[in-house]
Design a protein around this ligand. Structure first.
Ligand code: IFM
Length: 458
């Protein structure tokens, strides 16, 4: 495996004429949108007392790990939001996917509302709409209010109910201007914060697997129902991260299928079929989890779209162990870049489920950018995005209904416990001055959008 680095193949400003990665129209449906995504804790900062935001599970998590990068300032988006929206317009984004920080709006997770927090998101949505950028809102991107964690967090059914109330508040406040709603971001990763240590709250208790899966799915169900109760016209989905598990050979097929079922189909089946895969159901029963009458109907009540976050594939042996792929090209994070697997995964899902329209709600690469004065060269990222758009084009040609693509991420940001070292952004954020600089990939993305749909660029 080798980490692919951007070589400075040319100096100075990126230009369409000399672009190392082709710019071309893709065969996408007319309504296809191109956007970029972020999440609240990774970019906002603004967590001081003056903001009125309550504590999230990330504050205690980082307090126990002194010396870590944290979201205390992040990209200071909380204070620089209008400047950032101007930048998004300059990049020609047609859509912007962001998340609302639950503890900013409801500092205790329930009860008293922090008006300042709610007002921040009202202003964000207004700025986006004024810039001609469609907002795509996610309700939960991993920043649970600490007060709810202390009452059980996602190990408690009550958290799912509270999530419904929180989504109702958001829908009542923003539902007149935000059309596209997402409940959760990546339940599989939220779950890992309970069964292992790498993410908050870092409970590291494998026994929490079954209840947390089910409570997250219930939260999606309550959230979707709450949004629809405010306005049935709103478009409601949920975003899952999917990592195709590919067998190294025939004898690994069973293990690969099992892992996919337990880690990913668990959420797809629940939301798209209203049931858990058999092996998951067995594990849940063995754990003593109670699935109450009505739960699966609520969870499976229908998605207007499925959000898919896609970064890599994994290859496993017959024991289900991940094995290295010889000559694989990997990113800073060690993830293999293998866009063809995105096509095959989507086509396989199309055969297995009655799929709603799909949005790729995140896709991108963390790479070492080459900074050359005012210019930031990131050819690998540009190529990564181009390869994945090619992969989507192939999936669409094979009948998959894909409606949009959001690059991860709009800005370099806090990659959770890995800190600021991992850079995924189309826009560089200087860690000392917080100055934003468009990378080559941002210019390429802008021109690509322009060629494909007519740009929204300033
Ligand atoms: O940064 C994360 C994001 O918060 C969720 N999806 C994957 C990204 C890259 O790891």
């Amino acid at each position: 495996m080798k980490q692919v680095k951007t070589k400075t193949i040319r100096s100075g400003r990126w230009s369409a004429e000399t672009s190392p990665v082709p710019l071309r129209p893709y065969e996408f449906p007319d309504e296809f949108v191109f956007g970029a995504a972020t999440s609240a804790y990774q970019i906002e900062g603004g967590i001081d007392a003056a903001s009125g935001r309550g504590r999230s599970i990330w504050e205690p998590y980082f307090e126990k790990r002194p010396g870590s990068d944290t979201g205390e300032i992040a990209c200071d988006h909380y204070n620089r939001m209008p400047e950032d929206v101007r930048l998004f317009k300059k990049m020609g984004l047609q859509a912007y996917r962001f998340s609302v920080a639950w503890p900013r709006v409801l500092p205790q997770g329930v009860g008293a509302v922090n008006d300042k927090g709610l007002d921040f998101y009202k202003r964000l949505v207004d700025e986006l709409l004024a810039a001609g950028i469609e907002p795509y809102l996610t309700g939960y991107h991993w920043d649970l209010p600490q007060a709810l964690e202390e009452r059980g967090g996602w190990n408690s059914r009550d958290t799912a109910r509270h999530f419904g109330d929180y989504m109702e508040l958001l829908a009542r406040t923003l539902g007149d201007r935000v059309k596209y709603w997402g409940t959760l971001n990546e339940p599989a990763v939220v779950l890992s914060g309970y069964t292992s240590e790498g993410l908050a709250p870092g409970r590291n208790d494998p026994k929490l697997w079954a209840p947390v899966v089910h409570n997250l799915m219930l939260a999606h169900g309550h959230g979707a129902a709450a949004i629809r109760s405010v306005n049935p016209e709103l478009i409601v989905g949920c975003t899952v991260n999917l990592v195709p598990i590919e067998p190294a050979n025939k004898s690994a097929r069973h293990a690969a299928r099992r892992l996919w079922q337990r880690d990913y189909a668990v959420f797809l089946d629940a939301m798209l079929k209203g049931e858990y895969p058999k092996i998951v159901r067995k594990e849940m029963e063995a754990s003593g989890l109670q699935i109450l009458p009505g739960d699966m109907e609520l969870i499976g009540s229908g998605l207007d779209y499925l959000g898919v976050n896609w970064y890599l594939r994994l290859v496993v042996n017959r024991l289900g162990r991940v094995i290295p792929v010889p000559a694989a090209e990997i990113t800073q994070v060690g993830w293999e870049m293998h866009a063809e697997s995105l096509t095959s995964m989507l086509v396989a899902m199309q055969e297995e489920y009655e799929l709603p329209p799909i949005f790729i709600t995140e896709n991108g690469a963390a790479i070492d950018d080459k900074i050359e004065g005012a210019w930031i060269h990131d050819t690998v990222r540009m190529k990564y995005i181009h390869d994945h758009l090619n992969a989507l084009e192939s999936a669409i040609a094979r009948g998959v209904d894909v409606r949009g693509y959001f690059a991860w991420s709009a800005l370099d940001n806090l990659e959770w416990a890995s800190g600021f070292r991992m850079t995924f952004g189309l826009v560089h954020v200087d860690r000392k001055t917080l100055k934003r600089t468009l990378k080559d990939s941002a210019y390429w993305y802008r021109d690509m959008i322009n060629i494909n749909q007519g740009s929204n660029a300033a």
